[in-house]
Ligand binder design. Structure first.
Ligand SMILES: Nc1ncnc2c1ncn2[C@@H]1O[C@H](COP(=O)(O)OP(=O)(O)OP(=O)(O)O)[C@@H](O)[C@H]1O
Ligand SMILES: [Mg+2]
Length: 214
């Protein structure tokens, strides 16, 4: 085989499209703020609250996950944990089988009655034995009326949909919802845990600073 022929074969073996795709993904990642770029995607990458993560890991392995509430201070990984859990349970189906509503979404009673109910009724192809997941961030800011409606939706669609709520103050979640969920409590991370994570990111980003070394 001549050199030209072997070059042509090499080009066919390595088509340009996947290369472009991966470099586009890389560029997209490099433009992300570090808080998103380094958001853990697996349980093992989440710092702290090991017991709770372990418990969730058991639930996920058994595929038998109840409705959950993760309560704790801001910025300790509540939303991240729920997203990791959804990824384990649903794999690629995550894009169709998860409804994520955060504080920037309107979450009054109408949203529960319409958007959440509609999602719970939708037919989606899921891995065997798995459920669709509704993620409600900052659930403690939902009105009592919306929470009452949510409680009924939780009951009616328990065969098809699981709910994962994150909140700072679990006392603001009405009792009937609390009693239908496993309550997981996150505590604040220690300074040492946070520093270790920051140092790790600085190393990956080639940030050198005397202040950090000190
Ligand atoms: N335990 C953790 N381990 C590693 N990174 C973390 C952890 N907690 C938070 N982070 C970082 O902080 C970002 C925000 O975390 P996350 O949104 O999960 O916090 P939260 O507990 O949901 O906060 P809030 O109460 O404000 O919604 C993540 O993208 C990640 O970069
Ligand atoms: Mg959150």
């Amino acid at each position: 085989m001549s050199d030209t022929e072997s070059m042509e074969v090499a080009e066919v073996d390595a088509p340009a499209v996947p290369k472009e795709k991966s470099s586009t993904a890389q560029t997209r990642k490099s433009h992300l703020p570090w808080i998103e770029k380094y958001r853990p995607t697996k349980f093992e990458e989440i710092v702290g609250n090991e017991d709770t993560i372990q418990r969730l890991s058991y639930f996920a392995q058994a595929g038998n996950v109840p409705n959950i509430i993760i309560a704790g201070p801001p910025g300790v990984g509540k939303t991240t944990t729920i997203l990791c859990l959804a990824r384990i349970l649903l794999g690629p189906a995550i894009k169709d089988a998860v409804l994520e509503l955060n504080a920037s979404n309107e979450r009054g009673i109408d949203v529960v009655r319409n958007q959440i109910k509609m999602f719970a009724q939708q037919k989606v192809t899921l891995p065997a034995g798995r459920h669709k997941i509704v993620i409600l961030d900052e659930a403690d800011s939902m009105t009592d009326g919306a929470q009452q409606a949510l409680r009924r939706t939780m009951e009616i669609y328990s065969h098809s949909t699981r709910f994962a709520l994150a909140c700072n103050n679990s006392e603001k979640i009405i009792e009937p919802i609390q009693s239908r969920c496993a309550m997981l409590r996150y505590s604040q991370l220690s300074d040492a845990q946070i520093l270790a994570k920051v140092m790790d990111i600085c190393e990956k980003e080639n940030v050198r600073s005397r202040a950090l070394k000190a």
